[in-house]
Design a protein around this ligand. Structure first.
Ligand code: MG
Length: 166
């Protein structure tokens, strides 16, 4: 049987834009008039990243671990969710690289890109050079383009830690 030491995971998330709500992306609180609606802090980046990591490990997804019907997770920090969900996985698997696309129309990603990279790396407790973030607009199309939502996609490559191999 083929036992892979390299695994790939894909994560996706979308949150509705709501004026007056806090805006937290990649664990970083950002300034601005627009925020994101959600049961937790609505951090679409970390939610996609967590699902990518859990997916690569073949684990349950974010919504299964932290259901939005559970009051324990109301207003939860997604950095805390990332630590709870990803620490056990990352004890066995190392992040080779994590690539993230954030789709937003008027919320500008490029000026805060390096802060997002640092925030994601800190949340996962991994080196920042393993993390890449790209911002894309919606070109006026769909919920993102109409400035009604922020979408995020994440792909992660995990490599089994050598100690575990022995
Ligand atoms: Mg979410």
């Amino acid at each position: 049987m083929f036992a892979s030491n390299v695994r790939v995971g894909l994560g996706y998330d979308v949150h509705r834009i709501e004026p007056g709500r806090p805006l937290v992306l990649g664990g970083v609180p950002l300034e601005g008039p627009l925020g994101l609606a959600g049961h937790s802090d609505a951090d679409a980046i970390l939610h996609a990243v967590i699902d990518a990591i859990l997916g690569a490990a073949g684990g349950p997804d974010l919504g299964t671990l932290f259901p939005d019907t559970d009051d324990r997770w109301r207003g939860a920090s997604s950095v805390d969710l990332a630590r709870i969900a990803c620490r056990p996985v990352l004890a066995e698997w190392e992040v080779a690289n994590l690539d993230v696309v954030v789709r937003a129309e008027t919320i500008r990603i490029a000026p805060v890109r390096s802060r997002l990279v640092a925030g994601i790396a800190a949340a996962l407790e991994i080196p920042a050079d393993r993390v890449n973030v790209k911002g894309k607009t919606g070109e006026g199309l769909g919920p993102v383009g109409e400035n009604r939502a922020v979408e995020c996609q994440a792909v992660v490559c995990l490599v089994r830690r050598k100690e575990i191999d022995r």
